[in-house]
Design a binder for this molecule. Structure first.
Ligand code: SF4
Length: 433
C-alpha cells in the first residue's frame, strides 16, 4: 500500500529536483545527498523523502500507469462547472463567475458566500471550489498518518477534552520505543510517506528527547515529519528542525483576540502567532487554521481566520468543527453543522486557489460519515489517518466519539483508498510545473 507514486528525477538544480510522473513534471526540494538524475524517488509536501530502487519503482508504476490517467479523467468529470442556471440568484452567479476566473473577491462578496443558506446556492459554491481545486492542484490528494504520542497537557483550553481540567481522563505517554514502533508500522508496513507526531503540551518530553526520536525516525523510516506538540518555544522548534522535522501543525483556533483569550486561559494569541511566523522563517511547512462554531464567533471572524492562515503561509489549511466534550467548560454548547464547515473550506479554496492544500479534519468526519466526500468535492485535497496504537487512541479524546477511534489502520486505508478512487484522486501532492 503506498501513499505516494514514485517519480523519476529528470533534472537537479541546486537543491531542487524536477520529477517526472507519467510525463507530468513536478518539483520538490531535495535534502538527500545521494539523489542523482535518473533515480526514482518518493516526494511529499514538496520534499524528497526517500529513494526507491528502479526495479521496485518500475513495478509500482506499471500498476499505476493506467489508473493514473483514468483517475484524472474521473476527477475532471466530477469537477466540471456550469454557472448558467437562470433560476439562481444573479448576485451569487456573478460572484462565483468572478471566483471561477480566479479574480480576487472583496470582503463583502466573501461574506455573502459565508452567509449562504439555500441548498442550490451552496451546491454552486461547493462546485466552484472543487473546480478551482482541480484547476490548480489537479487530482493530487495527500494522505498523512498521525501518531498521538501523549495525551498529557498543561494547558486549559476550554473546548479540549484532554486539557489539564479533565480529571476523568486516563493519561498516557508513549515511550520512545513505542513511538519508533508506530512510525515503523506506518512507514514500512503501510507505506505512509508523511507522519504527524502530536501530543498535548507535555513537559514529560524535553525538546532534546523529541529531537532524538525524530532523528531516529528520519534515519530508520524516511518520511516527511510534521510536529504538533504545542508551543515548544523558538529554541525547541529549532532543535526539532535540526533533527529533521519539516512541518509544524499548530492551529491558532481564532484570530479574534477576545475569543482567543476566552478560550485559552493563561495563553496569548501573539505568542502562538510568533511561533508560527518563526517556524515558517526556519523552513517549516505550516499547517494552521481554526475552530468553526465556537461561542461568540461571527462570519467576519471566520473570514479573518482564513486570511490569517493565508498570511501565515499555510501549506495546508486546517479548519474543523467545534464539537463539545462533556468534561469541558463548553460541554453545553451545540456542535458546528457539517455544511457550515464545508462552506468555510470552500471559501478558503476561493481565497487561496493556488497554494494551500485543504485538510478534511477528523472532527469533520466525526460529524458525518459522508462529510469527507462532501469536503473533497468542495475544495479539500488532504486527509489524515490515525496510526496511533489502538490501545491509546481512545484516550486522545479531544472531543467524544472521534471518527476512526477504534478502526484498524488497514481498515482506514482501505476505505480511504476506495473513497479517493471513486473521486478520481491520486496520492501525489507536488505542484505541477
Ligand atoms: S487544545 Fe492543545 S494545548 Fe489546548 S488543552 Fe488541548 S491539547 Fe492542550
Amino acid at each position: 500500500m503506498c501513499y505516494a507514486i514514485p517519480g523519476k528525477v529528470e533534472k537537479i538544480e541546486k537543491n531542487t529536483v524536477i520529477v517526472d510522473y507519467f510525463g507530468e513534471k513536478r518539483k520538490a526540494l531535495n535534502e538527500l545527498a545521494q539523489v542523482k538524475v535518473g533515480d526514482y524517488i518518493y516526494a511529499q509536501g514538496g520534499f524528497v523523502v526517500s529513494k526507491i530502487s528502479p526495479s521496485e519503482a518500475e513495478s509500482i508504476l506499471e500498476v499505476w500507469k493506467e489508473t493514473f490517467f483514468h483517475l484524472q479523467e474521473v476527477d475532471l468529470k466530477l469537477s466540471r462547472l456550469h454557472l448558467g442556471d437562470k433560476n439562481t440568484d444573479r448576485g451569487l452567479l456573478e460572484i462565483l463567475d468572478k471566483a471561477s476566473q480566479s479574480k480576487e473577491l472583496n470582503r463583502d462578496e466573501l461574506l455573502y458566500l459565508l452567509e449562504l443558506k439555500d441548498q442550490a446556492g451552496l451546491e454552486l459554491l461547493f462546485k466552484t471550489a472543487n473546480f478551482l481545486r482541480q484547476k490548480y492542484h489537479k487530482n493530487s490528494c495527500c494522505v498523512h498518518g498521525i501518531i498521538e504520542i501523549s495525551n498529557y497537557c498543561i494547558q486549559k483550553c476550554h473546548y479540549c477534552g484532554i486539557s489539564y481540567h479533565n480529571k476523568e481522563l486516563q493519561r498516557y505517554r508513549m515511550t520512545k520505543d513505542e513511538i519508533l514502533k508506530s512510525a515503523q508500522v506506518a512507514v514500512q508496513e503501510y507505506g505512509f510517506k508523511s507522519l504527524v507526531l502530536q501530543s498535548g503540551e507535555d513537559p514529560g518530553y524535553s525538546a532534546d528527547e523529541l529531537a532524538d526520536i525524530i532523528k531516529e525516525i528520519k534515519e530508520k523510516f524516511p518520511s516527511l515529519i510534521f510536529v504538533s506538540f504545542g508551543e515548544v518555544g523558538i529554541g525547541g522548534l529549532e532543535k526539532l528542525y535540526q533533527a529533521g522535522a519539516r512541518g509544524l501543525l499548530m492551529r491558532f483556533e481564532s484570530s479574534n483576540p477576545k475569543i482567543y483569550r476566552d478560550l485559552h486561559p493563561g495563553q496569548n494569541l501573539e505568542s502562538r502567532l510568533m511561533h508560527l511566523r518563526q517556524a515558517y522563517k526556519m523552513g517549516y511547512l505550516i499547517i494552521t487554521g481554526g475552530l468553526i462554531g465556537i461561542p461568540g464567533q461571527g462570519k467576519e471572524d471566520i473570514l479573518n481566520d482564513i486570511f490569517l492562515a493565508k498570511e501565515l503561509h499555510a501549506e495546508m489549511f486546517s479548519f474543523g468543527p467545534f464539537i463539545p466534550h462533556p468534561h469541558t467548560p463548553l460541554a453545553g454548547v451545540k456542535p458546528a453543522q457539517v455544511e457550515e464547515v464545508i462552506k468555510v473550506l470552500a471559501v478558503a479554496r476561493i481565497i487561496d486557489n493556488t497554494q494551500a492544500k485543504i485538510l478534511v479534519t477528523t472532527a469533520l468526519e466525526t460529524l458525518s460519515s459522508e462529510a469527507a466526500k462532501s469536503a473533497l468535492l468542495a475544495g479539500a485535497n488532504s486527509l489524515m489517518l490515525n496510526v496511533t496504537p489502538l490501545a491509546y487512541r481512545q484516550f486522545y479524546s479531544i472531543y467524544p466519539n472521534r471518527a476512526h477511534q477504534s478502526e484498524d489502520i488497514a481498515v482506514q486505508i482501505e476505505s480511504t483508498v476506495s473513497l479517493l478512487r471513486s473521486l478520481g484522486r491520486a496520492p501525489t501532492d507536488l505542484e505541477t510545473i
